[in-house]
Design a protein around this ligand. Structure first.
Ligand SMILES: [Zn+2]
Ligand SMILES: [Zn+2]
Ligand SMILES: [Zn+2]
Length: 129
């Protein structure tokens, strides 16, 4: 059986590629730009610290467990009950506006261009990051 998942509350910052200004995949460390292939070093000490020190509740026994690592997703084992669980990454969301009806939509940004359909007025439009 797959271990239960707990979503991290710390989202790495959204950073743009130093070379092409496109959006980089979310994360820290050496991140490869999916648009131009440049490898950018993304460091953000407050986020790294927050990830290391993040405390989450064990889904088995509700004991608070410290992550102790910057990696997400990561497997954690609860010291109290020995149960394992996966701490998953948090995806940052951005708010965009539908060009037709001006509704605000919250989406997980992905690098590059893609077509979305507004859930309100059903009109398709393109977004790029
Ligand atoms: Zn790039
Ligand atoms: Zn536990
Ligand atoms: Zn709309």
């Amino acid at each position: 059986m797959a271990p239960p998942e707990v979503e991290s509350k710390v989202a790495p910052p959204l950073v743009n590629c130093a070379q092409c200004e496109g959006m980089l995949p979310q994360g820290l460390g050496e991140i490869e730009c999916v648009l131009c292939g440049a490898v950018c070093r993304v460091s953000h000490p407050p986020t790294s610290e927050a990830l290391m020190e993040e405390k989450v509740q064990c889904p088995h026994c509700m004991t608070v467990v410290e992550a102790g690592t910057m990696d997400r997703p990561t497997e954690l084992t609860c010291g109290a009950c020995g149960g394992g669980f996966t701490l998953t990454r948090k995806m940052a969301k951005v708010e965009i506006q539908c060009p037709s009806c001006e509704a605000n939509l919250r989406i997980v940004p992905k690098p590059g261009k893609r077509e979305l359909t507004c859930p309100g007025c059903k009109s398709p439009f393109n977004v790029s990051f």
